[in-house]
Design a protein around this ligand. Structure first.
Ligand code: AMP
Length: 529
């Protein structure tokens, strides 16, 4: 059997680049895959998406542009001694490039790259260079490749997707699909010490929304403001991976030790959040935690200076069995059987929004970020963001003065109920939002009387008042807004307390709003971690 040339792959890459249609691209790739020899499928699939290794592999080629340029300009591409490149030779040589590290590796890498480029014609060289720099840009991402593999192998795309979720290894999955078919894919399991992509969460504004989404009942867990880790253990061997699948075992000796001491020794994969704690046991700012994660020297000293706490919230593999297709509620029971209570995330299963709300208040008061709401029957879907997990973030609060109120309608008829919320700026009460949420009927009545006594003028629906009554409002976000003179608007504002104990001058200022607005970006910056 003859090996497939790299030239065939390079030509395919150029055709794919020229084909905008997704269906055509899929057809081109699947046709190509069908023509390959066993053993070529994995490398070909990886090269076509512009990589050499599966995503979880930390190895990189580490070749600079200057090296490649030097080789290209050094008069490569002679036709004289051209030995045809094959897909496997290219993949093998590039793997070899990544393997060379340490002293003398630069020269060795250069020689290997040179070996490839001198044998390449211009079209092959073009594709080689794109692969070397991880920039194929032919419009073939992992999703499209999955479809092409499914088509080529004649298996359902879902089976390929699931196998990739579990193994994280595109090449291996493609190979299995072609050689073993659907059954082969279904039998692929997770491999210990190879991290699974984490399941992701969507946003819910409040516990009510989460409960509704989850059919009336959710498990609410504290959302810790830390870093997610996946812990793999077999006997005395413990490895810890970050959310981005990098191995952070070396930076977290205390977590390794903790796991070694508290979790039984069988094969297990656990997920949790680590939080840096200060002297009084409260969470430390995120930056302090990050210092732990990036540390490579003086690790032990750092472990003492910035102690970590671990809160486990899931188990993906136990006793050798992959549990991701089991419902979350059953995985939790397994987790309880494995880990001591003090290492588990604080959790409450309830259908009562009030109970969830008071848990949210408690989480925030203890310095955590909010709550996660989880659907009890949900399976664990690696790498996908769905509604089975919903994050309910910290609601910030501001003390505002009420500058005006609108007469309510419907159930709130006869009450002043839509309150114009304002902060101080240049001696004026500047409106930053309106709300009628958060009060009981009695409070509405009380507010109506109180605001009438502060009335300065009245139009059809709106009563303007002296800005003297202070209320505390919670909100989910501050947005820039041209609608109000303040230039900002509160998103999902609700009154959390009437602050009669506060004088009007105690209400917050526009400066505070600007500060909170800026601080929101602390969370936004963090999103990629
Ligand atoms: P976000 O980073 O805002 O998308 O929120 C999801 C992240 O919250 C997860 O990736 C975890 O790092 C973190 N988290 C904190 N506590 C929990 C919990 N109890 N369950 C799941 N994720 C949690």
């Amino acid at each position: 059997m003859t090996e497939t040339t790299f030239r065939a792959l390079a030509l395919l890459a150029h055709s794919l680049e020229a084909t905008p249609s997704r269906n055509e691209k899929t057809a081109l790739i699947s046709g190509f895959l069908r023509g390959l020899q066993p053993g070529e499928v994995g490398p070909a699939v990886l090269l076509l998406v512009g990589s050499i290794f599966p995503e979880f592999e930390p190895r990189s080629l580490d070749v600079g542009w200057r090296t490649v340029k030097r080789v290209l300009e050094g008069g490569g591409q002679t036709t004289l001694f051209r030995e045809a490149l094959t897909i496997n030779r290219v993949h093998g040589a590039l793997s070899d490039v990544a393997r060379r590290v340490g002293q003398g590796s630069r020269r060795a890498k250069e020689q290997l790259i040179e070996g490839l480029l001198v044998s390449a014609d211009p079209q092959e060289a073009d594709v080689l260079v794109r692969i070397i720099f991880g920039e194929m840009r032919i419009g073939v991402n992992e999703g499209l490749m999955l479809e092409a593999v499914a088509e080529a192998a004649g298996v359902p795309p879902g089976a390929v997707r699931r196998a990739l979720m579990v193994t994280g290894d595109l090449g291996k999955v493609a190979q299995a699909a072609m050689e073993l078919g659907e059954e082969g894919l279904r039998s692929m399991g997770a491999t210990l010490f190879v991290p699974l992509k984490p399941m992701l969460a969507s946003v819910a504004e409040d516990p009510e929304e989460a409960l509704e989404e989850h059919g009336g009942e959710s498990a609410f867990e504290y959302k810790y403001d830390g870093a997610r880790i996946q812990i793999h253990r077999r006997g005395g061997d413990v490895r810890v991976f970050s959310r981005r699948l990098s191995d952070v075992t070396g930076s977290l000796p205390d977590i390794v030790e903790l796991v070694g001491e508290t979790i039984p020794g069988g094969d297990v994969i656990l997920e949790g959040e680590v939080v840096a704690v200060g002297e009084n046991g409260r969470p430390l700012p995120f930056q302090d935690l990050m210092r732990r994660f990036t540390r490579v020297t003086d690790v032990q000293e750092m472990a003492q200076r910035v102690p970590l706490r671990l809160f486990l919230f899931d188990v993906l593999l136990a006793g050798g069995d992959l549990l991701i297709d089991e419902p979350y509620s059953r995985r939790w029971v397994t987790l309880e059987g494995i880990a001591p209570n003090r290492l588990l995330a604080r959790r409450l299963v309830t259908s009562d929004p009030e109970a969830a709300r008071s848990m949210l208040d408690q989480a925030l008061a203890e310095g955590h970020e909010g709550l996660m709401a989880k659907r009890l029957g949900s399976v664990y879907t690696p790498g996908t963001r769905g509604k089975a997990w919903l994050k309910i973030k910290a609601a910030e609060t501001l003390d505002v003065v009420i500058a005006a109120a609108e007469w309510g309608s419907g159930r709130r008829r006869g009450w002043l109920s839509n309150y114009h919320l304002a902060v101080w700026g240049g001696g004026e009460a500047l409106v930053i939002g309106k709300t009628f949420k958060g009060l009981t009927d009695d409070e509405f009545r009380w507010m109506t009387d109180r605001l009438r006594s502060l009335k300065t003028s009245e139009t059809d629906y709106t009563v303007h008042v002296r800005p003297e009554l202070v209320v505390e409002v919670a909100f989910n976000e501050i947005q820039r807004s041209p609608r109000y003179a303040s230039g900002y608007a509160l998103r999902f504002a609700r009154i959390t307390r009437i602050r009669e104990d506060k004088a009007p001058g105690d209400a917050d200022t526009l400066g505070k709003v600007e500060e909170l607005y800026a601080r929101q970006f602390r969370y936004k910056d963090r999103a990629g971690f």
